[in-house]
Design a protein around this ligand. Sequence first.
Ligand code: SF4
Ligand code: SF4
Length: 459
Amino acid sequence: MTGSFIDEKRIHEAIEAAARPSSEAVAALLAKGRSLAGLTMPEAALLLRAEGEEARSAIFETASYIKNAIYGDRLVFFAPLYLSNHCVNDCAYCAFHAANGAARKKLTQDEIRRETERLIEMGHKRLLIEAGEDPVNNPFDYVLESIDTVYSVKTPKGEIRRLNVNVAATTVENYRLLKAKGIGTYQLFQESYHRPTFERMHRGPKADYERQLHAMDKAFEAGIDDVGIGVLFGLYDWRFETLGLITHAEYLSKKFGVGPHTISVPRWRTAATVHIAPEFLVSNAGFLRLIAVLRIAVPYTGMIITTRETPEIRQAAFRIGISQTSAASSTAPGASGAATGNGAVAQFELSDKRSLDEIALSVMRQGFTPSFCTACYRKRRTGSAFMDIARPGDIHEFCQPNGILTLLEYIEDIASPESRAAGMEIIKKSLEAIENPAIRRETEERMERIKQGERDLYL
Ligand code: SF4
Ligand code: SF4
């Protein structure tokens, strides 16, 4: 597959043309945003370039409104599980790059089992597995076997119910094999939509811009219909990259009728043996602006922030559009302690090192419902079936009860006394907020069953 749907000239022109938009133009775009219609790439450029406190707060307020209208107050939690830091690529920003001579670690299936148990004991129900690209050390069969291993782990505290996967761009045939393993989202980041930057940052098979850009086309061809896109902010101009993400979302939506299930917004972080000094570091203000604009432009998508970011930035980002977050993460294979002989070089440094329970408590204090929900994938609400519910803003009718039910499980099985008390308050408030009396009754009935010891109840 060749040919790029990223027209760099058009994106640059849109940024140029968007300088100092009038307050009337901004207001009209925000009104469009509130209707959940999304924005085109040039429209989003105007919001990225709107100046002044009034525009800033109106953009944030609209993003917050949209996030609540579509997803409600829930925040879905997940944890990454790094399988292996062997990698043949030399990405300039990543500590797993091949030129880093540090010892490598690949988890055995036994170690994966123990890591999974440990993450389940913390309360996780949803994981994202990650592995470097290395056909010899991490052959595709290893990834497939590891998925089986994670799904096979059952403990008294539960099991992993949705496994998302972030591995290198591959063939349609391999994507079919992934699909057959029952994965949730397939995630792959373009890192930079700006070709010269992309080519400068990469050595090895990943340096093929087109391979990266068209990976999702192949995933769709293989039947995977929940895909997650992202860039690494800091490599190139953040406005260009944000518009690149929106262009990619438009492309997928037009070609497959299904936009990205998630958009991730990692910002560059320092890492061992990474010596680049990115010219395009994004300020906190720019970072929050791009999150808000993505939420308005691609309203239906899940938006992910990780523990790369500080608790303060995460807290601000939750208010303006983020709907999923990692918690209690490590970025090295086996770093949570279940692996032995560990050459666990970490991929990058973390800024939020709090435990899952601490993070859950903190988001509850901000009024969010921590959710461990995995219902859609298991109810076959994926791809266009998911989009048909999410686009008009109806998915919160599922998110809200499922958030309550999974939080109650967390409270029954894991939570500290403090989190338990805060969680019961949140559940009470969330239950009252369910508009449909039949759904509220159904949720209450399932809550009783959870209190009696049943688990994994969802709508
Ligand atoms: Fe390897 Fe991915 Fe790191 Fe690049 S970003 S060096 S492909 S693990
Ligand atoms: Fe996610 Fe669906 Fe659960 Fe909502 S109901 S939290 S969209 S899995």
